[in-house]
Write a protein that binds this ligand. Sequence first.
Ligand code: AMP
Length: 119
Amino acid sequence: MKQHFDEHCIFCKIIKGEIPSQKVYEDEQVTAFKDIHPAAPIHLLFVHKNHTQDINHTLAESPQDILDLFAAIKSYTQKERLDDRGFRIITNLGVDGGQSVFHTHFHLLAGKKLPFQLA
Ligand code: AMP
């Protein structure tokens, strides 16, 4: 498995266990943990163990990682039966997207009927 860490990246530190997190899912390629500032009753972050900066970089450098992430999301949501009532996946890119951690990740939001509200 191709795996690249960035020593300054907070999500790489979580993956390596150097800083604490509440992990809910792990496979060979992907880790998921609870967001420290939850925006919904269930708010998880799915991150690939191979560091890339955002989805455009992932697609350019290591596109298989995107499939690994969605496979992990499918596996987790089916196991937890979140697909019964549904859920939302979000990824932010850049300043206007509101990206604050520059390690590609997908937010999984669930646990209530989510409003579609941008401001
Ligand atoms: P984004 O703004 O899309 O880059 O998302 C980054 C997310 O990471 C935010 O929702 C933060 O609340 C979350 N976050 C930042 N640091 C941590 C941490 N140490 N553990 C869990 N979630 C974190």
